[in-house]
Write a protein that binds this ligand. Structure first.
Ligand SMILES: [Zn+2]
Length: 240
């Protein structure tokens, strides 16, 4: 676990499989994604390091419901935080459980697919019944500014990215990473096809985001993209 302060309002918490982000303005705190359930102690330690108590977290904005992003969302919700996710993602987050479908991959790579399914069972997302819906274009107040929702479906059915205004910072979730999965090379990357629901849609979403011009991009996995973010995104997007 490592805490990295990005600017006056944003902290990155590097967890076992990826990033969670803290938005903070005075006593007001929100999270973007929450890591795996087994990251819980690390996440709470990191919040403590930043000077945040669990009950201060008033909102959790999920990019999607995969186990390495939504693993601790219910923990904060049970202490009063509002949980936000896209309408199409909600069936995967609240009871009864609707598993993600990776149908095409199941046919092509049955063993890896099985491994992921077992992984999801091993590190399950704690379900929570009460989730606020977000849609493309939703604008939600957050500590230090507001979050504009960009539908970036494909990696999961209701995956979203968040544009943090007025700072022009893009939280891309798993739509665009800055580390190549498995190879762990630090480069702009799509997520793993194997763990994505609709690959053609995932590519379209990444292309769309690559044409935005953020001051920086903070992904679900990998380091922040800070230097020349718009140029690098555009150049990479042209290769898709
Ligand atoms: Zn994911």
């Amino acid at each position: 676990m490592r805490v990295q302060q990005i600017n006056e309002h944003i902290y990155r918490i590097l967890l076992a499989w990826g990033n969670a982000y803290v938005l903070k303005e005075g006593d007001r705190v929100a999270l973007i994604d929450t890591g795996l359930q087994r990251d819980r102690d690390d996440l709470l330690r990191a919040l403590n390091e930043i000077g945040v108590e669990t009950r201060q977290v008033s909102a959790v904005f999920l990019t999607h419901g995969h186990t390495d992003h939504a693993g601790n969302a219910a923990l904060f919700a049970k202490q009063g935080a509002k949980l936000y996710a896209h309408t199409l993602e909600i069936p995967h987050l609240r009871p009864p459980i609707l598993p993600y479908s990776y149908d095409m991959q199941k046919l092509r790579r049955p063993f890896t697919s099985l491994a992921f399914t077992i992984g999801e069972r091993r590190f399950p997302v704690e379900r929570y019944p009460d989730i606020e819906r977000v849609e493309e274009g939703s604008l939600i107040e957050a500590p230090g500014g507001s979050l504009h929702v960009i539908a970036t479906h494909g990696h999961s059915p209701g995956h979203v990215s968040y544009w943090y205004q007025p700072h022009d910072i893009l939280f891309s979730g798993d739509a665009i990473l800055t580390i190549i999965p498995i190879r762990l090379k630090q480069e702009l990357s799509l997520p793993m096809r194997l763990f994505s629901t609709n690959w053609a849609q995932a590519i379209q979403s990444a292309k769309y985001l690559s044409r935005t011009t953020p001051a920086m991009m903070l992904p679900g996995h990998g380091n922040p993209l800070i230097e020349d973010a718009p140029e690098r995104l555009e150049k990479w997007g042209e290769t898709l």
